[in-house]
Write a protein that binds this ligand. Structure first.
Ligand code: IPT
Length: 999
């Protein structure tokens, strides 16, 4: 076949290269169910894959027509069923950019299904039958019984075809040819796996005579009068239908096209998602509708729904399942919605395409504000300075309008959808303007969003991604840097603001959530944002040894890929919440609980936008050293949104026990809801009421016993040391494989590595050789009852370092005598270490961490601690950590990031006990506290690992006892660590630990 090129030859361009949206599909319309017959065509189809279109055509024309067919489930992506492989790229197109042309290598999958109509399917002549595809990537041609029904592009959009007179009662042959690459691929350059296939449902729909063609529900709510308004427009055969709508619960019957005022309705909101069941009846069909009365507006520069300003606590949700890719099972969609609700998330941006329609049904039902985004992204054009961008080329106007229309028409009846988004990262251009005009004309009841055009000329909200805290604050004050055009500037300055993406949840992190939230809660213009992103796109795979892991870019041998940049979600690929999600839940909690232990009061603030607090029950508890001493219920007034109250905590208790004391107040669901059972925790606050007992009765000091002969070990209480370099050798009978010494290095995180080498803090650290610090022993001396080791710790080639002294002492403790028969070695004694660190010279960069690293050769696998927990926390990700007594295994102490990196640190640890199966172990006490990591591999091994399977547990338990860590930030995409969380070597640091046997 001769390839035709150039615009003048457009007529000869193949349908998959032609930028048009396709041929033969019916006009887009609302998705709805009805009592008319449908037949699901999901299931096992026959399938064969060709490397090019020409191969597919040749097979079809020639001898091979019946050869090579295999079974493939529909919906699915063929690359996840052993045909070809997935490929991950973020921005770059994986093929040469020459729109609308495509590479010859264009995997083409022929799908075939032979089906019969059910016996009771209406007779031919009784109405007509449509064939609907809810999602096919990226372009397809449909044939039924040899006749072409049409072709289509717009992967995540529905297309319906008239099955026509070809449809038979038996032996229908449905042939769908799907091309991986098409002109559509140029406008579907989203940051995700390229996964072709029929990945959403295929359905046959009977359309009786006088059936509903389209329906548009207009259900508003006037918050001043408390009245709803309702009009249901419906069409039959392209003319307004003579239909009837009934809403039994409201005792309402009205004709289609008629407007009714409905006094006393309960409005719909994400917090109180009140839906009314209704039925639309036309001559041929009954269509159940779910009405949510609500009115979206921008009033005085603020987004309101039903008159109330919103604060969006959102996430960006790609459709993803680790086994099925974007062919997400319905149960998984439901799981997503429940997980969101349970983590205080109230909004979703359907990045970056309309989701499976069933997902929006769930958003209506459970209550989530939705930004529904068109299936459009042309990001790769950025590398050519946006030359030829389809968003600005008239040749693509029809395709882009089609994408807007198919989204709006399909989803227009969802109360949850409050904004239409024109797409993502597609630069600027006339076709975006045209999409905006089309949408505004068709549905003026919702707001229009698009981030890529900062002039906001075609949008109703000012939206940005990854703007720094500083810039967001300026925007909050409506004091941002002006646009060049004063008219546009004035217009934009009056718009509400959201961050459609922020806080990049890649690997460990994101840091800085609290500070964003504080801004969102301070400035009315800032109406929240959407964390990037909901879930890691890691595909389940197995290594050579059969161990399961989650694959990311490059793991399928793709020549061009963006590595683990797709593992940037709040959920791990298997939907286990990551620490980032728990942090987000805490940061955005809808009830502020501020305990004032000294005053014995708690300040409760209702941060919901709509509902009061009657759905919540409050309880208090008082813990001493993490043990609950007392608890009870707390009466909190219902409080309207925005209101606060000071509530007294109960009076003092009789039993005054020793030790650190905390008060915790929790808000839990008072009764079961659709999304969580009664007792589910929504918010909490904690405050310390009494510090740790300051006076530890000092035991008798034990003096060091010097080595009698050169080469012998020196003894100090329960420990032995090498007298030559002062390193700890044994402790309470445990073999110390790595003696405790100063450590500044951590296995770098995705955020340490930043977006590129130039902006990588990790690279800076490495340039300064912080990963290879040298330890020079300057002296080992017995000073009275202390063993004092002095050292200078510095990087090779560096003119700066740290001067450190380790002062070791030992005492008898009250817990044991050290002399009873049968006591464990070192029972009744403690070894103490006081570390004093002073910077030497000018440090050119922050430190990754500052603490002690040590390794114990012992099968210690159980950790109990009193301090921050239960999960990991870092200086700028510690809101979700609460002070308590926690216990887990060493294995569970790790956070299994898809790409291994620093993880698992528990902060503010007062003490930790490590135990083995035989009962032996070690207790480490902080002076006053430390951050703890414990793992069965070294930091170097962790840093070198590319997948969790690279980490094999060894015999040594490696511990980090940190005085401090550098923050986490979100520099993998966005701002780095904020100043208060930077770890700078400017001041002297003193801290200490004590080692005893577990109690
Ligand atoms: C932004 C994209 O919109 C999103 O799809 C994703 O790629 C995210 O970044 C990073 O994971 S675009 C970026 C250039 C800010």
């Amino acid at each position: 076949m001769i390839n035709t090129r150039g615009r003048s030859d457009r007529a000869k361009i193949a349908y998959y290269e032609d930028p048009s949206p396709g041929t033969g599909a019916l006009a887009p319309r609302a998705a709805f169910r009805s009592d008319a017959r449908t037949l699901s065509l999901n299931g096992d189809w026959r399938f064969r894959l060709f490397p090019t279109v020409a191969h597919a055509e040749a097979a079809e024309a020639g001898q091979g027509e019946e050869d090579g067919w295999e079974k493939l489930p529909v919906p699915s992506h063929w690359a996840l069923h052993g045909h070809g492989a997935p490929q991950y790229t973020n921005i770059r197109y994986p093929f040469p950019v020459d729109p609308p042309h495509l590479p010859t290598e264009n995997p083409t999958g022929d799908h075939r299904l032979v089906f019969d109509l059910p016996a009771d399917w209406p007779e031919p002549g009784d109405g007509r039958t449509l064939l609907r595809f809810d999602g096919v990537e990226s372009c397809y041609r449909v044939r039924l019984n040899g006749r072409e029904l049409g072709t289509a592009k717009g992967s995540r959009l529905p297309h319906e075809f008239d099955a026509g007179p070809q449809l038979r009662r038996h032996g229908n042959v449905l042939s769908v040819r799907v091309h991986q690459w098409s002109s559509g691929s140029y406008v579907e350059d989203q940051d995700m796996w390229w996964l072709a296939g029929i990945f959403r449902a295929v359905t046959l729909l009977h359309r009786p005579e006088a059936a509903v063609e389209d329906v548009f529900v207009h259900a508003g709510y006037d918050h001043r009068t408390g009245h709803g308004t309702l009009r249901v427009d419906a069409s039959v055969d392209a003319v307004p239908a003579g239909g009837r709508v009934t809403v039994p619960e409201l005792g309402l019957t009205l004709a289609t096209g008629e407007t009714a005022t409905v006094p006393g309705v309960q409005p719909w909101s994400a917090e109180a998602p009140r839906l009314y069941e209704a039925t639309l009846t036309t001559g041929g069909e009954r269509v159940p509708l779910r009405l949510g009365f609500r009115t979206v507006a921008v009033e005085d520069g603020v987004i309101t729904v039903n008159g109330r300003p919103l604060l969006l606590r959102g996430v960006n949700r790609h459709e993803f399942h680790p086994d099925h890719g974007r062919a997400v099972p319905h149960a998984t969609m439901r799981e997503d919605v429940l997980l969101m609700k349970r983590h205080n998330i109230n909004a979703v941006r359907t990045s970056h395409y309309p989701p499976d329609p069933a997902f929006l049904d769930l958003c209506d039902e459970f209550g989530l504000w939705v930004i529904d985004e068109a299936d459009l992204e042309t990001h790769g054009f950025i590398y050519g300075d946006w030359r030829g961008n389809p968003a600005d080329d008239p040749d693509w106007e029809e395709a882009l309008i089609d994408r807007a229309a198919r989204m709006v028409e399909r989803d227009k009846n969802h109360p949850s959808v409050i904004m239409w988004s024109l797409g993502n990262e597609s630069g600027t251009g006339r076709n975006l303007a045209a999409m905006s005009r089309w949408i505004r004309d068709r549905d003026p009841s919702r707001l229009i969003h698009y981030e890529g055009d900062w002039s906001c000329e075609h949008t109703d909200v000012y939206s940005r991604m990854y703007a720094s805290h500083e810039e967001v604050e300026a925007i909050g004050r409506r004091a941002e840097k002006p646009l060049d055009d004063p008219r546009l500037d004035a217009r934009r300055r009056a718009l509400p603001f959201i961050q459609c993406e922020y806080a990049h949840a890649m690997g460990n992190g994101p840091g800085g959530l609290t500070e964003y939230q504080r801004l969102f809660e301070t400035y009315e213009r800032l109406q929240g944002g959407f964390v990037w992103e909901w879930i890691d796109h890691g595909l389940r795979a197995r290594d050579a040894a059969g161990r399961p892991y989650f694959a990311y870019g490059g793991d399928f041998g793709e020549p061009l890929h963006d590595g683990n940049f797709c593992a940037d979600g709040l959920l791990f690929p298997d939907r286990t919440p990551s620490p980032g999600l728990l942090e987000y839940k805490k940061v955005v909690e809808p009830v502020g609980i501020c305990v004032d232990a000294a005053a014995r009061t708690v300040r409760v603030t209702n941060k919901y936008d709509v509902i009061d607090l009657t759905g919540l029950a409050f309880c208090w508890s008082r813990e001493v050293e993490g043990r609950r001493e007392a608890e009870g219920a707390l009466d909190v007034p219902p409080l309207a949104p925005g209101e606060s109250a000071e509530v007294a905590l109960p009076e003092a208790f009789a039993a005054e026990s020793e030790g650190e004391e905390w008060w915790t107040v929790r808000a839990v669901l008072a009764a079961d809801t659709a999304w969580a059972p009664a007792g589910h925790e929504v918010a909490w606050g904690q405050a310390r009421a009494r510090g740790p007992a300051v006076t530890r009765t000092p035991g008798a000091r034990i003096a060091p016993v010097s080595a009698p002969r050169a080469g012998d070990l020196l003894t100090l209480g329960p420990a032995t040391f090498d007298p030559l370099d002062g390193s700890l050798r044994t402790l309470h009978g445990l073999h110390i494989a790595v003696p405790p010494r100063l450590n500044v290095w951590r296995a770098t995180t995705d955020n340490d590595r930043g977006p590129d080498e130039a902006r990588s803090l990790a690279a800076l650290w490495r340039r300064h050789a912080l990963d290879r610090m040298r330890h020079r022993c300057d002296g080992v001396a017995v000073e009275g009852e202390s063993l004092v080791v002095t050292a200078r710790v510095a990087p090779p080639g560096g003119f700066f370092g740290l001067l450190v002294s380790y002062r070791w002492t030992s005492e008898r403790t009250s817990e044991g005598t050290g002399e009873r028969p049968g006591e464990r070695p070192g029972d009744g004694t403690r070894l103490d270490l006081a570390v004093d660190i002073a910077p030497d010279g000018e440090w050119p960069c922050p430190l990754p961490r500052l603490g002690l690293a040590m390794g114990v050769r012992a099968p210690l696998d159980w950790i109990e601690w009193y301090g921050g927990g239960p999960g990991e926390s870092y200086p700028d990700t510690r809101r979700a950590a609460r002070t308590g007594r926690w216990a887990t295994t060493v294995e569970e102490f790790q956070t299994p990031y898809v790409f291994p990196q620093e993880n698992g640190s528990r902060g503010d640890v007062r003490w930790a006990e490590l135990r083995g199966p035989d009962g032996g172990g070690l207790r480490i006490e902080g002076r006053p506290a430390f951050a703890l990591t414990a793992r069965r591999w070294t930091t170097e091994q962790l840093e070198a690992a590319r997948h969790p399977y690279d980490l094999t547990p060894g015999e040594v338990l490696h511990l980090d006892l940190d005085a401090a860590q550098h923050g986490i930030g979100t520099a993998s995409c966005g701002p780095g660590v904020l100043a208060p969380y930077e770890l700078r070597a400017t001041e002297r640091t003193r801290f200490g630990v004590g080692f005893t046997l577990p109690r």
